[in-house]
Design a protein around this ligand. Structure first.
Ligand code: AP5
Length: 213
């Protein structure tokens, strides 16, 4: 099963993708997490990606596409995967479709987690992220068991550099310009499903389970 998560920054793609991955025993692949791990480890890719991410811009397609295509060739992707944050542009979606077609495969579901812009800024300022394992929490809606500490791996939780309100506004603009056209793209290929992302995370997941069942 190959699933794509769509939605604005902070819509809850990562939160839901982790649950899908656990439930269906497939890997959760987040291009944002891969870039953040590279930034943390000081790799060349990380240094390059950071320039764009700190500005709220997309990392160029040529860096992102190769990284993603290499990742989905791994053995753990044989039974499918859930992509979180990829594709983010029409050219990225086209490359993915072409590569899957060569293997006689296709995207099975594109799940759009729909949250209006006005809810996003509040969500992002309350988000706390674990840069080690990628887990995310919220000061109000999804608290860790111990303040400031990741439940999964015990690392310190931080406010992501790109979650400052000015950067979030930029990311929303970029989302509407470059990523939202994917809604039409996947509607045309008849795999698009939209869920209301403003309700409780458990209820968002129930709606997604109904779609994937
Ligand atoms: P990425 O890490 O993918 O960021 P994003 O898409 O902007 O999404 P987020 O991770 O910010 O949010 P999310 O939708 O996963 O929400 P979450 O579940 O955390 O990308 C970062 C950057 O990397 C990009 O800006 C770009 O520069 C670069 N990049 C990545 N992929 C790329 C690509 N393919 N091409 C080019 N560049 C790329 O939830 C948000 C918060 O809300 C959390 O605190 C959570 O606990 C809370 N929450 C979740 N659900 C709910 C709910 N139902 N109710 C209340 N709170 C909730």
């Amino acid at each position: 099963m190959k699933i794509i998560m769509l939605g604005a920054p902070g819509a809850g793609k990562g939160t839901q993708a982790k649950r899908i991955a656990e439930k269906f025993n497939i890997p959760h692949i987040s291009t944002g997490d891969i870039f953040r791990a590279n930034i943390k480890n000081g790799t060349e890719l990380g240094k390059e990606a950071k320039k764009y991410m700190d500005e709220g811009q997309l990392v160029p397609d040529e860096l992102t596409v190769r990284l993603l295509l290499d990742r989905v060739k791994n053995d753990d992707c044989k039974n499918g995967y859930v992509l979180d944050g990829f594709p983010r542009t029409i050219p990225q979606a086209e490359v993915l479709d072409r590569e899957l077609e060569k293997l006689g495969e296709k995207v099975d579901y594109a799940v759009d987690v729909d949250v209006p812009d006005e809810n996003i800024i509040n969500r992002m300022s309350g988000r706390r992220a674990c840069l080690k394992c990628g887990a995310t929490y919220h000061l109000q809606y999804l608290k860790p068991k111990k303040d400031g500490i990741c439940d999964s791996c015990g690392s310190e939780l931080v406010l992501r550099d790109d979650d400052k309100p000015e950067t979030v506004k930029k990311r929303l603009t970029v989302y509407h310009e470059q990523t939202q056209p994917l809604i039409d793209y996947y509607t045309k290929s008849r795999v698009l499903h939209t869920v209301d992302g403003t309700v409780d995370p458990d209820d968002v997941f129930k709606a997604i389970e109904e779609i994937l069942r």
